[in-house]
Design a protein. Structure first.
Length: 134
């Protein structure tokens, strides 16, 4: 006769459920945010956009599908790659500068850049948030 083996719950199940729940929460918060937000992938040398929220789409006129995979400088800095590099490399996190939408119109904005670090300390992403300056 075989004894029934009791199945132990996977210890990672609660952590995974919590992680997925938090991820959904953070995504919903970003999508509800009224400020334009873009997330840039730091693992790729071209620092492509990997996420934009609906406010970014509305403010700059780019659909998410048009923005993903492109550099921030290409999208909103009229191709000014040196400025894009300074924004990501500088110690300042707040900048007031002109940004451009898909329609070619200039907008004055405060740009806030924040680095997201992986567990080992390397920068994995940058968050760029924009606030129109009147």
């Amino acid at each position: 006769m075989h004894a029934l083996k009791q199945v132990q719950p996977n210890d990672s199940t609660p952590a995974l459920a919590r992680l997925l729940s938090e991820s959904a929460l953070y995504r919903a918060a970003l999508e509800a945010c009224g400020f334009p937000v873009a997330i840039l992938d730091a693992a790729d040398p071209s620092r492509p956009v990997s996420y934009v929220n609906p406010a970014f789409e509305e403010f700059f006129g780019y659909a998410e599908s048009e923005a993903l995979g492109r550099g921030l400088a290409e999208l909103v800095l009229r191709g000014d790659e040196p400025l894009g590099h300074r924004l990501l490399a500088g110690s300042r996190s707040h900048w007031q500068l002109s940004v451009w939408g898909k329609d070619g119109a200039s907008r004055r904005a405060e740009v806030t850049i924040g680095a997201v670090r992986a567990a080992e300390g390397r920068i994995s992403h940058w968050i760029a948030a924009f606030a129109e300056v009147h």
